[in-house]
Structure formats: structure tokens, C-alpha cells
Design a protein around this ligand. Structure first.
Ligand SMILES: [Zn+2]
Length: 555
């Protein structure tokens, strides 16, 4: 008798095959059989009318600290994600010497907007080397699977000492050798990859650019060569694509020297409407030569959520507002006299909205497929009211002002569609665990299925089986997690039972539940009826039942 049978669901197995009605039998944490007659199970789940899919594999998160204190890996686990890959964008907490701990926190705070106070309270620091960090992760309980990558910034500072913090410093040959040995050691111990950043947007909280920002060829290729000798591991790199040819050339060399796959965050940045196409052309050309380069595509325009207590707040330029916020007296915002006073303050400098050409009321349910005619500016003009007042009223009543920054150059989601369907991309960039108070993209997998698999206009809607393959099998394969992402005999039994009609996200909420009382945006995934992790039912209708079947995946 099987331990668990999921009976009569519409199985979307991750292979890209069309959905079919089937049973899924599970024992010993693995899928045993997928067919229309699997025999009885000790426990059976009726999946009639539900999609049965592999759990989502999210390859771009920043749970490097949170994974040590939050067994649920919220909020990814609330969205059907059963494996998160952390350590992206070159930042993380190992290897690290005791003297550099404060600095790695400042870097994570600056790059990923995870408050230093939260990290100081939550990290615990029971490691120095990367293998020791993996052991610390492994010994903490987890409701879902996790996998870690080695971050360049930490490795560089460990090998070069304080000099390594300055990106313009060059390592000696011996230091490059050490970085290579430590990188290979991390991969051999089970890190799934190595990550780096050359983005100007990535700076520590003291303003210094991330240490890998201008790392030279000798350093990057030295590391790549050492990792290549292990025959394992994936590279993730963040570049601004201001110099597409230069960036492509560097990424090619990393792939050539290592023989390993590479991915980079792909965005249509303001002022770079076509750059992503040139990058993808470069990836296609590289693929013809056997070089595996992938773009990580976002599920929607990326941008900011402005809210009353968020770090980016359109009212923050007003001294009156700041006094009220400091005094915890935000109820005053409802008074007409206070409103007039704050809007008066904002009439001059400090208008956060003026920095962005387009802003929208997020609404409930949250909507990201916006038409320019719905912007606050267009609404204010149509109603003959002041746009500042409109923004004030949304913020003051606890709503969100959504500002798409990237992937919205044309005022629609066609560029996002183009990136998602390109043969050299996989879904990524959710940034789960990061940007705590102003970005809530951790629900990308939910959005991918709900919007692109169900709600998108006819000419852009994507087949559900295609969406599932991309978010499960393709992402898992890129990072070398070949034991998951498919519903097939022998695979790890991470499974979602999904009510497609209900799939969606609640409006984000700002909770103060991080260590030390830090704040973060959280939203619930809707439509996830059951999530099974390693063969055990772990979440039912969004509620965790206490099961800790997640584990650190070592490649
Ligand atoms: Zn990132």
C-alpha cells in the first residue's frame, strides 16, 4: 500500500505534456507511480477538479539569513514554492570571519533591503567556512526544500581581507588561488552555484559598491576554472547591461572556462528598451556553440510598492508626516487639516511620486497588468483633482501605490511575455526574503500561473503545462536539482494541488514579525489547496500543519 495517493486530479507533470486525469502514488518521500490505477494509499487526497503539479522551484531568493530562523521560509512557502535557492546576486553570509560579520550584514542591508537589526538578531553565526554554513542550514528545521549558493562578495572579503571590500582592489595570484579553492570546496560540499554582481544598484548601506562590482577577468575566470574542475555548479551574475557586448563577452568566458551553465537577471530597464533582446540574441548564439547562458525572466513589471510604513513613501518628504510617523500617530492622517498641511509640505521638494512617470493604485485583488489610462495621473486629470491628493488618500487609508520601473517601457506586459517565452530564459528574480518593505515579488510563481496561465489576453495566454514546466522542471534543471520539478517515478514528492480558478495573491500586508521587530511585506497565495513536501502533506489551504519535511539540497 502506498503512503499517499493523490486521486483523480488533472496531472500537469512538469514535462510540458498536456494535462491528463491521473492518480499520483507516493511512498518514502518519492513519487512511485503516475497512472490511472495506482492502487490504494494509507492516506488519499481527492484531487477531482484540481491541478496536480510539482512544487515550484524558485531559483532566485535571498533567504540566506531567514533560512536560519524561519522554518517556513515565508513568504515563498505560502505560494506553493517547495524549493528556494538562495545566495543570489553575490551577497550572503559565508565564508566569513568574525571581524567581517558586521560588514556582510551592511552589504545585505544595502543590496537587498533586509534590515541590519533583523540580521544581527537572527543570524546566530555558528560558522566560518561555507561548508560550515551549509551544516548550519541543514541542522535548522525547514518546511520546504532549500539550496544555497556561494556569494562572491563574501568569498572575496574572506580571501583578501578588508582590501576585498573595495571593488577596485585587485587580488594577488595567491588570493585568486585561494578563492578558487574555497569556491570548489563550497561546490563539493553541496553549494548549487556561485553568484556575483556587477550592478551599480548593488551597494552596501554605507554606499560602497558591492565588492564584486568591477572584479577583473583573472579573478572571475580563476574562480570559474576551479568550479569547472568540480564538474558541478551553476553561475548567477547580475549585470546592468550598459555595455551589452562587454557583459556578454565576460559571461561567455565564464561559461567557456568553467563548462558550467550561467544565468543572469534579465530586465527591460528604463532607457534600455531593446537591450534584453540583444542579450538574448547573444545567449542564442552562445547556445549554438554549446554554451549554456540563460536569462532569468520576471513574471511582471518590477517596481516599488509604496505604503504608509514602507521605506519608500510618497508622503515621506513632509516634515509633518515624519513627525506623525515617529509619534506613531498615523490616525491623524484622516483629519482634513492634517491632509492639507502635508500636501502643502509636498507641494515643494521631496515628492517621491514625481520621480516616477507612472504610478497606479495596486487595488484589491492586486493588479499588475495596468494600462496607462489607469495611472494616478490619468485618474487625477479625469476627475479634476490633484494627483498628490489622490496618492495621499490611497496611502493614508492603508493602500499601496504601485510604481512599475522595469519591464514596462511600452506601458504593457508584452515585453514580459517576450522574455518569458524566449527559449533562453527561465522564470526567476522573485527575490523572496529580500526588499522587505517595498517589493513583494515573492509571489511570481503564483502570478505566472494565475495571470499568464489563466487571465492574460488570448494572444498572450500561456498553456498551463508550459508554465508548470518552466517553473518546476526547467528551473530545477538549471541549478542541477535533477531530483525534483517533475511528477515521475523516483522524483522527490513535492506536489501542489491547485484550484486554478482561485489561484492568486492577497493584497500585501506589512507585518512586524522579523527578528527584532523588523517589518516585511507578506501576502498569501490563494488556490493552493494542498502542498506536499517530500511526500508529506505540509500545507492545507495555506495553513502549515507543522510538518518539517524540507531539507537542504546538496548537488
Ligand atoms: Zn537578487
Amino acid at each position: 500500500m502506498h503512503e499517499l495517493v493523490i486521486r483523480g486530479g488533472t496531472v500537469v507533470d512538469g514535462s510540458g505534456e498536456v494535462p491528463r486525469t491521473s492518480d499520483v502514488a507516493i511512498s518514502g518521500g518519492r513519487i512511485v507511480e503516475v497512472s490511472d490505477d495506482v492502487g490504494a494509499g494509507r492516506r488519499e487526497l481527492d484531487a477531482d477538479g484540481l491541478l496536480v503539479t510539482p512544487g515550484w522551484v524558485d531559483i532566485h531568493s535571498h533567504y540566506d539569513g531567514q533560512a536560519l530562523w524561519d522554518p517556513l521560509l515565508e513568504t515563498s512557502s505560502a505560494h506553493g514554492v517547495t524549493t528556494v535557492v538562495m545566495g543570489n546576486c553575490g551577497v550572503g553570509f559565508a565564508p566569513v570571519r568574525a571581524t567581517d560579520r558586521a560588514w556582510t550584514i551592511a552589504l545585505m542591508e544595502g543590496v537587498e533591503d533586509i534590515p541590519a537589526a533583523v540580521l544581527e538578531e537572527g543570524l546566530g553565526w555558528g560558522w566560518e567556512s561555507f561548508p560550515e554554513y551549509l551544516d548550519a542550514l541543514e541542522s535548522a528545521p525547514h518546511a520546504i526544500g532549500i539550496a544555497a549558493q556561494l556569494p562572491h562578495a563574501a568569498l572575496r572579503v574572506f580571501a583578501m581581507g578588508e582590501r576585498g571590500i573595495d571593488h577596485a582592489e585587485r587580488p594577488t595570484e595567491a588570493e585568486i588561488g585561494l578563492m578558487g579553492r574555497l569556491a570548489a570546496q563550497a561546490i563539493e560540499a553541496g553549494a548549487v552555484g556561485f553568484t556575483s554582481s556587477r550592478s551599480r544598484n548593488h551597494a552596501a548601506s554605507d554606499g560602497r559598491l558591492t565588492p564584486s562590482y568591477s572584479a577583473g577577468d583573472a579573478e572571475l575566470l580563476g574562480i570559474a576554472e576551479a568550479i569547472g574542475r568540480t564538474g558541478k555548479g551553476v553561475f548567477e551574475i547580475n549585470v546592468d547591461t550598459a555595455d551589452v557586448e562587454g557583459d556578454l563577452a565576460l559571461m561567455r568566458r565564464i561559461c567557456e572556462v568553467s563548462g558550467r551553465p550561467l544565468s543572469m537577471g534579465l530586465l527591460q530597464r528604463p532607457g534600455q528598451a531593446d537591450t534584453f533582446r540583444r542579450v538574448l540574441d547573444g545567449f542564442e548564439a552562445a547556445a549554438l556553440e554549446g554554451l549554456e547562458m540563460w536569462g532569468q525572466a520576471a513574471a511582471r513589471p518590477t517596481g516599488l510598492l509604496m505604503s504608509l510604513r514602507g521605506r519608500v513613501n510618497p508622503l515621506a518628504g513632509s516634515p509633518t508626516f515624519q513627525e506623525l510617523r515617529a509619534a506613531g500617530d498615523l490616525a491623524q492622517l484622516q483629519r482634513p487639516a492634517v491632509r492639507a498641511h502635508i500636501l502643502g509640505d509636498l507641494a515643494g521638494e521631496g515628492n517621491a511620486l514625481a520621480r516616477f512617470p507612472l504610478a497606479f493604485e495596486l487595488g484589491d485583488p492586486p493588479r499588475y497588468d495596468r494600462d496607462r489610462s489607469e495611472s494616478l495621473g490619468a485618474r487625477a486629470a479625469a476627475a479634476g483633482v490633484d494627483v498628490q491628493g489622490l496618492a495621499y488618500d490611497i496611502i493614508a487609508r492603508g493602500g499601496f501605490v504601485y510604481v512599475p520601473v522595469s519591464n514596462y517601457t511600452d506601458g504593457d506586459l508584452r515585453a514580459v511575455h517576450e522574455m518569458l517565452v524566449h527559449p533562453r530564459t527561465v522564470p526567476g528574480l522573485s527575490d523572496g526574503g529580500a526588499h522587505c518593505t517595498m517589493i513583494a515579488d515573492f509571489d511570481y510563481p503564483t502570478y505566472l500561473l494565475g495571470y499568464w496561465g489563466r487571465d492574460a489576453p488570448d494572444d498572450m495566454r500561456l498553456p498551463v503545462e508550459w508554465v508548470v514546466k518552466r517553473q518546476c522542471a526547467d528551473t530545477a534543471a538549471l541549478v542541477g536539482l535533477c531530483d525534483r520539478g517533475r511528477l515521475a517515478p523516483g522524483m522527490r514528492a513535492d506536489v501542489n494541488l491547485i484550484d486554478l480558478a482561485a489561484i492568486g495573491s492577497t493584497v500585501p500586508e506589512l507585518l512586524d514579525d522579523l527578528p527584532g521587530g523588523g517589518s516585511r511585506l507578506v501576502s498569501r497565495g490563494l488556490g493552493y489547496v494542498v502542498t506536499v513536501v517530500a511526500g508529506e502533506v505540509a500545507f492545507e489551504l495555506g495553513e502549515h500543519n507543522g510538518t518539517m519535511a524540507g531539507a537542504l539540497a546538496r548537488v
